[in-house]
Design a binder for this molecule. Structure first.
Ligand SMILES: Nc1ncnc2c1ncn2[C@@H]1O[C@H](COP(=O)(O)OP(=O)(O)OP(=O)(O)O)[C@@H](O)[C@H]1O
Ligand SMILES: [Mg+2]
Length: 402
């Protein structure tokens, strides 16, 4: 028998986005859990409640991008307008929504340009080695998202900046990126690359066994020529900029630790996503970064307070009415699913009792327009509206079958 769901602290989303002290909201979580959707929904809600808001999205689905007016990759925020071409309705005159989609390559180029004289910047940007790492090194996207956040914050134009994070497997990648990128740009990684035999050492030799020397020769042939020359030219040209890069990364990291920043962790009600969320919560507290709460996204709440057992018993008694029996069995399955999700959440909250939670049920159809985002926003904020009676009713409906 499973334990009844514990009462969890409720994440009051409206209080969070209305608070003038909240200046940066970062939506983190593992791949595919709903970070982009949550960021856009929080941003539109904040704008419509009167804040001048910008949302930095990363790789939004095409139709969502269109709804936010993001067809063109400008790498700068553009104002979002309602479908009829009018402005979004804000309760006072001030609320505005601006949105942008991160252009990783362009952000990197701009960084190079702002840290070096024009002729040198040109040389770096046209270097094939730079072109490869600026578009494909893992971590570049995370790093550039932070850089862009730093830029947006520096303008002082925004009441609230909502930041989506890249689709990495692990939510931690976002926090690890600056360090990884620094190590890479520091030249250490490049030195490793340029002497694979030494760098690979025993581990690599062992792994590759007899094939090792063949491998090393192969790598030597591939890397030995142009790429190595490009790499070392790149390292030389980059060397002078490196200090500036590191300072910026450190400044943005400090911004993430400042009291105006709030992290929202998004997770699906699934074991892997919740495990990742738990790692992330621990990491935030280790780094002294402020966590606002957990969004449990795509839940399957039960609407009728009928237990799975009773629904199945009733279905068994309805031999003559197959349709009604099928509906009851579907309901029973749904109760089981809701129960499983609540148990997963209970496991998370018992290890992290201080983390406030809001649940967003799965909605039908894809979320591709502003109304869809508004609906998600309303669900995000709904938890703190639930009255005591409703909370009790919904908790009873989630009680496991007996
Ligand atoms: N509550 C919900 N109900 C139904 N569908 C949802 C819900 N939340 C998100 N989705 C859908 O799930 C998909 C993934 O969402 P989204 O792109 O926001 O996730 P993500 O965490 O940003 O993914 P990635 O890690 O790839 O960036 C999208 O098609 C989105 O429309
Ligand atoms: Mg996304």
């Amino acid at each position: 028998m499973s334990p009844a769901p514990k009462v969890t602290a409720v994440l009051d989303v409206d209080a969070l986005i209305d608070d003038p002290g909240t200046r940066v909201l970062v939506c983190c979580g593992s791949g595919g859990v709903g970070k982009t959707t949550t960021s856009a929904a929080l941003a539109i809600r904040a704008a419509e409640r009167g804040r001048r808001t910008v949302v930095l999205t990363i790789d939004p689905a095409k139709r969502l991008a269109q709804a936010l007016g993001l067809q063109a990759l400008s790498n700068e925020p553009g104002r979002v307008e309602a479908a009829d071409g009018g402005a979004l309705s804000a309760t006072d005159g001030r609320g505005e929504l601006h949105a942008m989609m991160l252009d990783m390559r362009r952000t990197f180029d701009e960084m190079v340009q702002s840290h070096s004289p024009p002729d040198r910047a040109e040389k770096i940007i046209s270097n094939p080695f730079y072109q490869t790492i600026s578009s494909s090194f893992s971590g570049t996207q995370e790093y550039m998202a932070m850089e862009k956040l730093g830029q947006l914050a520096a303008t002082g134009e925004w009441d609230l900046i909502v930041v989506d994070t890249p689709p990495s497997r692990s939510a931690l990648d976002f926090l690890d990126a600056p360090q990884r990128m620094s190590t890479f740009l520091d030249g250490r990684m490049i030195r490793l690359l340029s002497s694979p035999a030494r760098a690979g050492g025993k581990g690599l030799r062992k792994l590759l066994g007899a094939g090792f020397s063949l491998f090393a020769r192969g790598v030597g042939t591939i890397l030995g020529g142009q790429l190595l020359a490009d790499a070392s030219a790149f390292v030389q040209a980059f060397d002078t900029m490196f200090g500036g890069f590191r300072e910026r990364a450190e400044a943005t990291y400090e911004l993430l630790r400042s009291p105006g920043t709030a992290f929202v962790v998004v997770a699906a009600p699934e074991p892997d996503a919740l495990r990742e969320a738990a790692y992330f919560v621990d990491r935030l507290s280790a780094e002294g970064m402020p966590l606002s709460g957990l969004v449990l996204n795509r839940t399957h709440p039960v609407l009728a307070p009928l237990s799975a057992t009773r629904a199945r018993d009733a279905a068994d008694g309805l031999r003559g009415a197959p349709l009604a029996a099928a509906v009851l069995r579907l309901h029973a399955d749904r109760v089981d699913l809701a129960d499983r999700e609540e148990r997963l959440l209970a496991r998370f909250t018992s290890a992290h009792p201080a983390v406030a939670v809001t649940r967003v049920p799965v909605v039908s159809g894809d979320i591709t327009d502003l109304d869809g985002l508004r609906e998600i926003g309303a669900r995000l904020a709904a938890a703190s509206d639930v009255t005591g009676a409703e909370a009790v009713a919904s908790e009873q409906s989630l009680r496991p079958a007996r």
